[in-house]
Design a binder for this molecule. Structure first.
Ligand code: HEM
Length: 225
């Protein structure tokens, strides 16, 4: 078993399974975030549900582990690829056969990681361990998560800088997913010549939904709200 995990295909398989798990998580996260567009009560109810639902609570450490494994193996694979790559020869030929995103998965991933750390400090940590003001929605007392999120985006120049960084972070994630989606299916063996084209299209639609869906939120607070 440990031989398999340490083999090239074993590592690649770990990347694809952890990546597909993260792909599913992003859809749940986006759905919860889009409640922001429904106003204060809608989002506070959604955040309260996420905060009190036992399944979500169980999934949180699993999610952290998924990120940890994905990032760790991403770095290991990248370092191994660099060590075994014949530098000049590869540089010339790679460009013809691959996309920019596929050649820069590690940089896109590390950029997303930097964004993720900021995001955890600003939102997750404060929501989980901070002292937030409370509001009553439908007679139930809960934390005013909406005030925290809207406050970060609508905070003068700092809010604009934060919003732009947020959008750039999700463009990087969209580019990561543009290559990642079909590649993961290829790795687990669920792809062939016919499906490769379809998976590329489905992957691009998914990547656009994620990048645009998350970016709508700062745009909404900056311009519409
Ligand atoms: C929510 C965020 C993320 C999602 C949904 C995601 C998803 C994926 C998926 C599905 C793959 C394809 C695996 C395969 O080809 O079999 C992949 C590849 C990759 N990811 Fe991520 N990823 C995310 C964040 C990150 C982060 C933070 C890093 C940081 C290092 C990273 C680094 C990589 C690398 C280096 C590869 C290419 C590995 C290879 O050469 O095969 N990813 N990602």
């Amino acid at each position: 078993m440990s031989n398999f995990i340490n083999s090239s295909i074993g590592k690649k398989l770990i990347m694809s399974i952890s990546g597909l798990f993260l792909i599913m998580f992003l859809l749940v996260h986006l759905t919860a975030n889009l409640f922001l567009l429904g106003g204060s009560d809608a989002f506070n109810l959604s955040a309260h549900f996420m905060d009190t639902n036992p399944l979500i609570q169980i999934m949180q450490p699993v999610l952290a582990l998924g990120f940890f494994i994905h990032i760790l193996y991403g770095i290991i694979i990248e370092l191994q690829n660099r060590a075994s790559r014949p530098v000049n020869y590869a540089k010339v030929n790679q460009k013809d056969a691959s996309t920019w995103a596929s050649r820069n998965m590690i940089w896109l991933g590390l950029f997303v990681f930097a964004f993720l750390v900021t995001h955890i400090i600003n939102f997750f940590w404060v929501l989980k361990f901070g002292e937030l003001e409370t509001v009553f929605v439908d007679g139930e007392q809960m934390e005013n998560s909406y005030a925290l999120v809207s406050g970060l985006f609508m905070n003068g120049t700092t809010g604009i800088i934060y919003s732009v960084a947020y959008i750039i972070g999700f463009i990087a994630l969209g580019l990561h997913l543009h290559h990642a989606f079909w590649s993961a299916f290829q790795t687990i063996g669920w792809s062939n010549i016919k499906w490769r084209k379809r998976l590329t299209i489905i992957g691009d639609i998914y990547a656009i939904i994620i990048a645009v869906g998350f970016s709508i939120i700062p745009i909404y607070f900056l311009f519409i709200n």
